[in-house]
Design a protein around this ligand. Structure first.
Ligand code: CAA
Length: 240
């Protein structure tokens, strides 16, 4: 059945692949993005998917942004919390801003977004929420105390909300991508990335499409018995 879907961080990288896949499956899709208006314009032109700009770390902005999407497309039935940033630094070099920006954008955003859609999902007796975690939230990563903590938090958030949603037709699952070929991963110093790729048994970086197909599986109407799960999509790099 065609549903209304919203993807945060949905105009580039993994989010874009998710938005495109959902649209191809017949859903009415909206993409959120933070600041990169040029990329969003290109995305809208190439995909025909409307893009809405707001900061997912900002609770009031989420309230206003989601109200606009609902006015344009209808109540949100599928929410993909994909937006995320890195501010990699070892603890002894990490600023408090580097900590806060990552925790607010990657984890508090999940609260900000879910809080706005949960009432209507409960009323309608249907909802699909997928939170994008990370292999580095499962295994930790040198230089990512902030990111690993936020992503690890997503996995606990998912299990708790899944328990609340279960009797209301709302499933809540997480995907833990490994290293996927996106701008974020391309920003890793080449020598470090080379060593990481050498540890991926499948022998390559992930593709955004590898994550998008997993989202599609989890949001299906008949995936109603899958909730509170984390699916690792990492080429065998970490078997959790
Ligand atoms: N394990 C052990 N030691 C490590 C290490 C690791 N993974 N990475 C670096 N080091 C060591 C270095 O060898 C170096 O040691 P020496 O001083 O003895 O030579 C020391 O740590 C300092 O390393 P750098 O010179 O790189 O230090 P820096 O302060 O300039 O940078 C860093 C540190 C920011 C962590 C940098 O190494 C870095 O960016 N690493 C990549 C971190 C990473 O993988 N991020 C993932 C981003 S993608 C993502 O997050 C998506 C996802 O979900 C998977």
């Amino acid at each position: 059945m065609a549903r209304v879907a919203l993807v945060t961080g949905g105009t580039r990288g993994i989010g874009r692949a998710i938005a495109e896949r959902l649209k191809a499956a017949g859903h009415k899709v909206a993409a959120n993005y933070a600041r990169d208006h040029a990329a969003a314009q290109t995305f809208q032109r190439e995909t025909g998917i409307p893009a809405y700009s707001w900061d997912v770390a900002d609770h009031a902005a989420c309230e206003a942004g989601i109200a606009k999407v609902v006015a344009d497309l209808g109540p949100i039935e599928i929410l993909i919390n994909n937006a995320g940033i890195t501010r990699d630094a070892t603890m002894h070099k990490m600023s408090v801003e580097g900590w806060r920006d990552v925790v607010d954008t990657n984890l508090t955003s999940c609260f900000n977004m879910c809080r706005q859609v949960i009432d209507s999902m409960r009323q309608r007796g249907f909802g699909r929420i997928v939170n994008v975690g990370s292999i580095n939230g499962q295994a930790g990563q040198y230089g990512q105390v902030n990111y690993a903590a936020a992503k690890s938090g997503i996995h606990g958030f998912t299990k708790a909300l899944a328990q609340e949603g279960a009797a209301k037709g709302i499933t809540v699952n997480a995907i833990a991508p490994g290293y996927v070929d996106t701008d974020m991963v391309r920003a890793v110093p080449p020598a470090v990335l080379e060593k990481i790729i050498a540890r991926i048994p499948v022998g390559r970086l992930g593709r955004a499409e590898d994550i998008a197909r997993t989202v599609l599986f989890l949001v299906a109407d008949d995936a109603d018995f899958i909730t509170g799960s984390t699916i690792s999509v990492n080429g065998g790099q970490h078997m959790y």
